[in-house]
Design a protein around this ligand. Structure first.
Ligand SMILES: [Fe+2]
Length: 162
């Protein structure tokens, strides 16, 4: 069995990115790591990635539903529904070895990989402001979209990625 370290981040669909960014920064004290427009090459399209610590993001909001591209053809899961609310939860794995072990294990368990494996960045899915992590996605039995990832970017100091 592979090792999962923690919940890394949660993704939500929203109808109003500005309102959510304002709330999470002004009221909760998060920082904006990156903000992408409707044409951004990122799953979900328009988005804002926010962090409360040194990791690239602990929460991310995607504009719903008009800007959600058809990357996820299957209906009936939290990613495809594209309505305000829960989109996906991401669990962190300690390194690439555990992440590859997890990928093999899920396939052996008959779980269908919905998206990935890939790297979120110019060297992978083409998203320039991507978080650098290796990731793949699948659904749990209730249709909750789950991401397993490793190697996400962190910031040693304000504005400095690593
Ligand atoms: Fe994610």
């Amino acid at each position: 069995m592979f090792k999962t370290t923690k919940i890394g981040h949660v993704g939500f669909w929203t109808k109003d990115l500005d309102r959510m960014e304002d709330f999470y920064t002004r009221v909760l004290g998060f920082q904006v790591t990156s903000r992408s427009g409707p044409g951004a090459k990122v799953p979900g399209g328009a988005s804002v990635f926010l962090r409360c610590d040194v990791t690239h993001h602990e929460v991310v909001f995607f504009q719903a539903p008009a800007d959600a591209p058809g990357l996820y053809p299957e209906s009936g899961n939290s990613m495809a529904e594209a309505k305000p609310g829960f989109q996906h939860v991401a669990f962190e794995l300690p390194d690439r070895g555990e992440w590859l072990k997890a990928l093999r294990h899920l396939k052996e368990c008959g779980v269908r990989i919905e998206y990935g494996p890939l790297v979120h960045g110019p060297e992978g899915d083409g998203f320039e402001a991507g978080s650098g992590n290796r990731a793949f996605y699948f659904c749990d039995p209730d249709g909750n979209y789950i991401e397993l990832y490793c190697d996400i970017d962190t910031f040693r100091e304000e504005g400095e990625g690593s």
